[in-house]
Design a protein around this ligand. Structure first.
Ligand code: RP5
Length: 183
């Protein structure tokens, strides 16, 4: 199929759910060469049991596909879109212009890039007033996944509890390291 690939979250698998749940988060990227960076977002969502879909949508090479994706996203049940691109990274902003869903932008540093991803960062973060894109650090797709979990968790106490447990895990990990250093 030409459509996005749906991945079932860990929680659904654990529940033994036979049918895949509808994706809540759409992960899109300008090129399959962005996948090495963007797969970290999918991994986070899978860890939290959030159903996702993942595909390639290019603002410049497939503009009509980008419009179709953005305009149909909410009615297809998506709640958050994570969009990553490198270079002249117009994908997150253009998608945000064509949907009312929250869009998280990931600046990708393509291999061999001359500007180290700074071009993508500025393209994504410098949105005009009225059309926000929540921009994470260059290459930090994991944070995009975590932000999507937080957005969904605002109205989902169970998911929010999983985020609190994740934060507690980080806290314990850092305290353990501090303790070992101080010995
Ligand atoms: C951008 O150009 C993509 O998001 C990618 O980061 C970069 C290079 O794309 P390819 O030439 O590898 O397809 O549009």
């Amino acid at each position: 199929s030409a459509g996005p690939v749906a991945a079932e979250g860990a929680a659904a698998a654990a529940e033994g759910a036979g049918e895949a749940r509808r994706p809540l988060v759409g992960i899109i990227m300008g090129s399959d060469s962005d996948l090495a960076t963007m797969k970290a977002a999918a991994q986070v969502l899978e860890e939290f049991g959030v159903p996702l879909e993942l595909t390639v949508v290019s603002a410049h090479r497939t503009p009509e596909r980008m419009m179709d994706y953005a305009r149909s996203a909410a009615s297809r049940g998506l709640r958050v879109i994570i969009a990553g691109a490198g270079g002249a990274a117009h994908l997150p902003g253009m998608v945000a212009a064509m949907t009312a869903l929250p869009v998280v932008g990931v600046p990708v540093k393509p291999s061999g890039a001359h500007l180290d991803g700074l071009d993508a960062l500025l393209s994504i973060v410098q949105m005009p007033r009225g059309v926000p894109v929540a921009t994470v650090a260059i290459g930090n797709a994991a944070n995009a996944g975590l932000l999507a979990v937080r957005i969904l968790g605002a109205a989902d106490p169970e998911l929010r509890a999983r985020m609190e447990a994740y934060q507690e895990g980080m806290r314990e990990s850092v305290l353990g390291k501090a303790e070992r250093l101080e010995q």
